[in-house]
Design a binder for this molecule. Sequence first.
Ligand SMILES: [Zn+2]
Length: 126
Amino acid sequence: MPNSKIKKRYFKNRKKNASKAMLFLSNILNERNLTNDTLADSVAKSIMRLGKKHGIRTKKDKYNNFCRTCQSSLIPGKSCRVRISNGFILNTCMTCQRIYRFRLDNQDSEENNDESPITYNQICKK
Ligand SMILES: [Zn+2]
């Protein structure tokens, strides 16, 4: 059956294609297109959707830039409020008032343990 062959090929490349798309989307956020609110929100939404569907994640520091309740991007001073209290960073989403807490001292050690970031060209070569 030709149909099953096509399906097999699709499932083989599914995760690869998804991680390519994820990298493309996170690069858009890297470019700091923070002036365009709708772009940042739609990128956040599609990164969340991709991650749920294919079981892949962006880097942890990127993941903290989205609100998981209302699926919008958290831009400090614009769509989220940042406060520090008792050794915690408190990020409050201004749309749904959800609060995200991050420990101050843990963040540095996690960043050092991270592997070197994968560039878009490296994934294309594979
Ligand atoms: Zn929110």
